[in-house]
Design a protein around this ligand. Structure first.
Ligand SMILES: NC(=O)c1ccc[n+]([C@@H]2O[C@H](COP(=O)([O-])OP(=O)(O)OC[C@H]3O[C@@H](n4cnc5c(N)ncnc54)[C@H](O)[C@@H]3O)[C@@H](O)[C@H]2O)c1
Length: 336
């Protein structure tokens, strides 16, 4: 196959960024279809991908033919109704995180994939493709500084829309740490506890942040996550790893330093789009290459299920103030 013809489903914040990426930076793929119910967003997307055809829903795009793969960038609660017809059509899928919002629906996706007999789903946990996280994973795996004892993670956004609510701190944002902590430690999340920091008065009414989330892995590594989405100054995702013999840190902004008017400065990111641009590019390029070989090359539907189950524990921890254990079904042999 020379060119992978991708249907991008959902042309909002993330989908439109992926369309620009595929059209301009990804080799061996193009956007053949844009599936988007909102006409204004669809037209804006087609301006970036002039060869693409606009469809109101995934069923119409599949029926028309002419697509080899599907990239799902609708909000999480709308992933399942796109995943099921795409799986039934045997199409490879890159599904933005989360796979689905809860473990029962994620398990349905796992079962639907197993029924096809082929791994067709890759989940968009793109931090696994970030150079900093990859270096840290190598350091942890090498045991070069002794055992990993703990992780301190900070996940900070300048602001969120009024539609962002308390539960989204866990299922939309901390879900990234839930996956990456498991990836770094190679161990599932055992339990989750949530503490409230003093409320930021920048927040809209009824919204309580920042929070401190304590993730303990089955291997007994404790990860603290400062989840903080109204902190104005910029977008920052950092991790400090505590080893027996030393400390490692990733995610510090680098680039041009300035000395102006009595101050030292380094520009900080304002959005995930720039902070993780290289990771998104690597994720999509590797998915395109793997898809042509009939494989996936990244987090699987099973990884998506494990994250959804840990998110459920996180939501219960947020609501009750208790430490809550995550419960997982046993892993189907299909994913070994
Ligand atoms: N990996 C990351 O860092 C990252 C960052 C942001 C968002 N995301 C994920 O990307 C996904 C989309 O988030 P977003 O912020 O772009 O949302 P958004 O609301 O900006 O855009 C979603 C788009 O999907 C469209 N849509 C809704 N239902 C649809 C359907 N059934 N078929 C086709 N289109 C439909 C909407 O009209 C909208 O244009 C979510 O899963 C989110 O978690 C991932």
């Amino acid at each position: 196959m020379s060119e992978l013809r991708i249907a991008v489903v959902g042309a909002g914040l993330m989908g439109s960024d992926h369309i620009i990426r595929i059209e301009n930076r990804i080799v061996g793929a193009s956007v053949a279809a844009v599936v988007e119910p909102d006409e204004g967003r669809a037209k804006a997307a087609l301006a970036e991908a002039p060869e693409a055809v606009w469809f109101p829903n995934i069923e119409a795009a599949i029926a028309a033919g002419g697509i080899d793969a599907v990239l799902i960038a609708t909000p999480g609660q709308f992933h399942e109704p796109v995943l099921l017809p795409a799986l039934a059509a045997g199409l490879p899928i890159l599904c933005e995180k989360p796979l689905t919002p809860d473990s029962a629906s994620s398990m349905r996706m796992v079962e639907a994939e197993v029924a096809t007999g082929k791994q067709l789903i890759q989940v968009g946990f793109m931090r696994r493709f970030d150079a900093g996280y990859q270096s840290l994973k190598e350091l942890i795996s090498s045991n070069g500084q002794g055992e990993l004892l703990g992780l301190h993670c900070a996940h900070r956004n300048p602001e969120v829309p009024e539609s962002y609510h308390n539960d989204m701190l866990i299922f939309d944002s901390v879900v990234h740490e839930i996956d990456i902590v498991r990836f770094l430690t190679d161990s599932p999340i055992k339990s989750v506890e949530v503490k409230a920091m003093k409320r930021n008065s920048n927040n809209h009414e009824g919204f309580n942040d920042p929070i401190l989330v304590l993730l303990t892995t089955q291997s007994d590594v404790l990860a603290t996550v400062e989840m903080n989405v109204s902190v104005k100054f910029g977008y920052q995702v950092k991790t400090e790893a505590v080893f027996e013999n030393g400390i490692a840190e990733i995610g510090r902004t680098s680039g041009m330093n300035t000395w102006f008017e009595g101050q030292i400065g380094t520009a900080e990111h304002m959005s995930f789009k720039t902070r993780f641009a290289a990771a998104y590019d690597a994720q999509i390029q590797r998915w395109v290459n793997a898809t042509k070989r009939g494989e996936i090359d990244g987090p699987s539907a099973w990884d998506g299920y494990l994250a959804a189950a840990a998110v459920e524990a996180g939501l219960e921890a947020l609501h009750t103030g208790q430490r809550v254990d995550a419960n997982y079904a046993s892993k189907p042999a299909f994913y070994n």
